[in-house]
Design a protein around this ligand. Structure first.
Ligand code: NAD
Length: 363
């Protein structure tokens, strides 16, 4: 795996942080900065690994390049429980420890919300994805990534003969991204039939009321408490009959062992690296279209970059819509014509820009 990650693009820095004072253990990877200072989320999880952070940082390099942002890619991981009551302490210590790493701009990710990012900003004056009270465009609250996924769906559906109006959607991971994707897709006429979180899956062929499910998830922390529907195990969501599947949780959930059983016609990768390369190849052989993460879920980082450039909320939504629609079309046109994985087309596009910038900078 590491031979794939360590190549001409990076990483340029892999840093391990440890503070005895608050028992902070963290990893920061700055992958590539040829296009500008790097943006990358801070993931908080007790199981986050160096390999995961390396792969996610590379995804950010590709994502920022394809989205035409003046930023490179990076990622950080804090090894901790996101519900740890000491969270503010270790975020503030983390911030102080990365103060001089000017080429890294931290942003939210799984386990770190806008408030946590505000603690970093408060310490070092450098972060994006801030609360609106301190001048930010709160990308999770506004549903930037979910909005982008719904725009991506509008372009991708015709490639697999789906009408978005009435399309049955299953969302794995009903968190910030999953909830917003369900909300924006239902506004476009799609029907949420299944949603999952770590506690299980709720399934209803007749359709799930998205606002009600959001309320239930908010108050009880589990989608299975939605009263009308069948309760199933979390992983059962991947076998359900649906048109659009959105993995919006953790890496590598679509793999060689379940790619053969997926029934959706279209997969929109809401999470970063949710499918292995071999799973994407199996899906393609089966005629299932999978739009890669760094195209489909770029909404969040586009909004973060717009905030950093002091743009308005409306300008950010306009940028998400136009960039994601344009890139989805570009990639799917070529992938369909040449019968190759959309990911390969997207990677080539991203890498071309980075290589040019690297040549200009003599790296
Ligand atoms: P979140 O923490 O708000 O939500 C994650 C959800 O996934 C939670 O509801 C959790 O219960 C659920 N989950 C975790 N493991 C699961 C499992 N095994 N099965 C089912 N559900 C599971 O996180 P988020 O911000 O929504 O991010 C989700 C993914 O999207 C991550 O991969 C993240 O990197 C990616 N992403 C997020 C953004 C963003 O704007 N937040 C942007 C781009 C990509």
């Amino acid at each position: 795996m590491c031979e794939i990650i360590f190549n001409e693009f990076g990483p340029s820095k892999v840093i391990y942080l440890y503070s005895k004072k608050v028992l902070l253990r963290a990893i920061v990877v700055v992958d590539n900065t040829a296009l500008g200072s790097s943006i990358g989320g801070v993931r908080v999880s007790p199981t986050v690994s160096t390999e995961e952070i390396l792969r996610l940082a590379r995804t950010m390099t590709l994502k920022n390049s394809v989205a035409g942002l003046p930023h490179g890619g990076s990622k950080a991981g804090i090894l901790a429980d996101p519900k740890n009551p000491q969270k503010e302490d270790y975020f503030r210590v983390f911030a102080k420890m990365i103060k001089d790493l000017q080429e890294y701009i931290p942003a939210p990710d799984m386990g770190s919300d806008e408030e946590a990012i505000a603690w970093i900003w408060d310490e070092i004056g450098r972060a994006c994805g801030l609360p609106e009270e301190i001048g930010g465009l709160p990308l999770d609250k506004l549903g930037a990534t979910g909005f982008g996924l719904s725009e991506c769906a509008g372009v991708a559906c015709p490639y697999v003969g789906i009408d978005l109006k009435g399309a049955r959607v299953a969302v794995q991971g009903f968190g910030s991204v999953g909830k917003a994707a369900a909300r924006f897709l239902s506004e476009k006429g799609a029907v949420l039939v299944a949603a999952s979180d770590t506690k299980g899956t709720i399934y209803n062929v007749e359709g799930i009321d998205v606002d009600k499910l959001i309320e239930i998830k908010q108050s009880t922390e589990a989608v299975i408490n939605y009263p009308e529907g069948m309760r199933m195990d979390a992983d059962d969501l991947f076998y359900l009959d649906c048109d659009i599947l959105i993995p919006a949780a953790i890496p590598d959930v679509i793999h060689e062992k379940n790619a053969d059983t997926i029934k959706a016609k279209l997969i929109l990768q809401g999470a970063n690296i949710p499918a292995t390369r071999s799973a994407e190849e199996i899906l393609m052989r089966r005629g299932i279209l999978s739009v890669p993460d760094f195209i489909a879920n770029a909404g969040g980082v586009i909004m973060a970059a717009m905030e950093y450039a002091k743009k308005t909320e409306q300008e950010a939504f306009d940028a998400i819509s136009s960039k994601i629609k344009k890139n989805t079309k570009l990639i799917l046109e070529k992938a369909t014509k040449d019968k190759i994985l959309p990911r390969i087309v997207a990677e080539d596009l991203a890498k071309e820009k980075i290589l040019k910038a690297m040549r200009c900078r003599g790296c």
